[in-house]
Design a protein around this ligand. Structure first.
Ligand code: GLA
Length: 395
């Protein structure tokens, strides 16, 4: 994801009626409907999506909501309940990459991408509300994009399937927003389901739902938002992607998905030291996703802690996308009772997750908060998440 560059959204999303009333006050008339789409947590499988590998994210119960009415002309009027940008006006016919600012990049990017696919997107009035924390690595931008594409899919009668909506939102992010991201975040937001993680093969978008419920196992999954802001339109994400592409090219494969753990020894002789470590992260991470899916099926969530730890170590040491705050969150959570912890999302800031026994959760929260304060870091936001429903129309 890329960071939605607006001030923080409040913890509670506006109710549907509140949003509809505000829409009427701002734009006049009633919206045609209200759609919502969630942010996501990635359980495991980081920087594997654009290598045609495996990911295991889930949708969370923090959502972006849009009230939308189609217009008879090509004018677009956009307003959010947060930020102080006021109503932003554009023409759907003259959208161009690089012209939109702030959060409006996401709805306008989706409209642009749909028009690029030949879909006749009309002008719209659109009011956005979101309680997905911004810039926290929980895909606030994809939540907006998925809510908007769900609305436009319904309003235009385009009949797009999830696969198409995934590719259209990826196009919006890559070519309109300018973040060279993969397909994981929007897949989780569109395909998520309560009580399940989404196991996705990013080579062909084959998806299956894997039961993931922490409560019956006496566990809770804590998100530790480090408040270190990041954007995947900055250079770090793109440079990791470039290293992966270089690695695949030198190894003579279509994508790093085609390299197995057993091939790594030979690969080390063919690649420069840094590229080898980038490749090793992706190859071992793909393997960890497969192991996680298997263990969840055979033994449940209490068996996956060591895989979360190994994933974090690999991102810290081989892929080098962690930061001191994420490492401190992970190390402190583990030392105070979590059974596994890792950074989640694209890295360079954002959030960590800590799989924690319910009766150790308070201690983990307190100890992490204290460690951050002792280190002179901003206070983290720590909250529990569980898999929630994907994008839908709610009114
Ligand atoms: C961001 C991107 C995803 C994925 C992750 C890393 O969230 O949007 O496509 O690459 O980083 O796993």
């Amino acid at each position: 994801m890329s960071k939605a560059p607006s001030p923080g959204a409040g913890p509670a999303a506006a109710g549907t009626e509140e949003l509809t009333d505000r829409f009427s006050r701002e734009f006049g008339g009633r919206p045609d409907g209200v759609w919502q789409a969630p942010g996501r947590v990635n359980l495991i499988g980081e920087h594997t999506d654009y290598n045609e590998g495996f990911v295991l994210p889930f949708a969370i119960d923090r959502t972006a909501r849009v009230a939308v009415a189609a217009r008879p002309d090509s004018t677009v009027r956009l307003l959010s309940t947060y930020g102080d940008q006021g109503v932003v006006t554009a023409s759907v016919e003259s959208l161009q990459p690089g012209t939109a600012k702030g959060w409006t990049k996401y709805p306008l990017g989706v409209m642009w991408a749909l028009r690029e696919r030949g879909i006749d997107v009309p002008g719209v009035d659109l009011l956005l509300d979101s309680n997905v924390p911004l810039g926290a690595g929980l895909s606030s931008s994809h939540a907006i994009e998925c809510a908007v594409i769900s609305a436009l899919n319904d309003l235009t009668g385009a009949g797009l399937e999830a696969e198409d909506m995934v590719l259209a939102t990826q196009r919006a992010e890559n070519d309109f927003v300018g973040a060279p991201t993969g397909i994981m975040d929007q897949s989780a937001s569109l395909r998520g389901s309560k009580g399940h993680a989404v196991f996705l093969d990013c080579r062909n978008q084959e998806a299956s739902l894997v039961p993931f419920e922490t409560e019956p196992a006496g566990l809770v999954l804590l998100v530790i938002d480090t408040k270190v802001s990041h954007s995947h339109a900055d250079g770090g994400y793109a440079s990791r992607r470039a290293s992966c592409e270089l690695g695949a090219e030198v190894l003579g494969v279509k994508a790093l998905r085609d390299v197995e753990v057993g091939d790594l020894e030979e690969a080390s002789g063919l690649l420069d030291e840094v590229t080898f470590r980038r490749v090793r992260h992706v190859v071992t991470e793909n393997d960890r996703v497969l192991q996680t899916v298997e263990l969840l099926g055979s033994q449940g969530p209490s068996a996956i802690g060591r895989l979360l730890d190994a994933s974090h170590a690999s991102m810290r040491d081989d892929f080098e996308i962690s930061c001191p705050e994420l490492d401190l969150a992970v190390d402190t959570a583990r030392a105070s009772g979590a059974i596994g912890a890792r950074m989640t999302g694209g890295g360079f800031g954002g959030a960590a997750i800590a799989l924690t026994p319910v009766d150790a959760a308070q201690k983990v929260r307190d100890t992490v908060a204290k460690a951050f304060s002792d280190a002179g870091f901003a206070a983290p936001d720590i909250f529990a998440v569980s898999p929630a429903a994907g994008a839908m129309r709610i009114a």
